[in-house]
Design a protein around this ligand. Structure first.
Ligand code: SF4
Length: 93
């Protein structure tokens, strides 16, 4: 593979999506849809995002922009790798 000169794979904004932008934002141009379904959700309280737990136990991410912020690709991938390492160490992966 030749060396990359761009990082376009880290950002995708799907403006034709009927739900775009699915979270309130002042800057829809920088809204990243790449992690539409947040891969950090299974981390529960350790995801590092702006969640609340509802009375019924459901984690509500309505106010979280962590997976949608342009520039957060590396943060998401680092957290995912940490999570997978933890799962491996616990014998759950
Ligand atoms: S959307 Fe935010 S609060 Fe919800 S799991 Fe992802 S990082 Fe955590």
């Amino acid at each position: 593979m030749k060396p990359l000169t761009t990082e376009n794979y880290k950002f995708h904004s799907h403006k034709e999506c009927e739900f775009f932008p699915c979270h309130e934002t002042a800057d829809s141009e920088a809204f990243n849809c790449l992690f539409c379904y947040c891969p950090l959700y299974p981390m529960g309280k350790n995801c590092g995002g702006n969640y609340v737990y509802l009375e019924n136990g459901i984690k509500d991410c309505s106010n979280c922009m962590v997976p949608h912020k342009k520039g957060n690709y590396d943060y998401i991938m680092t957290k995912l790798m940490e999570y997978h390492k933890q799962l491996r160490e616990e014998g759950r992966l």
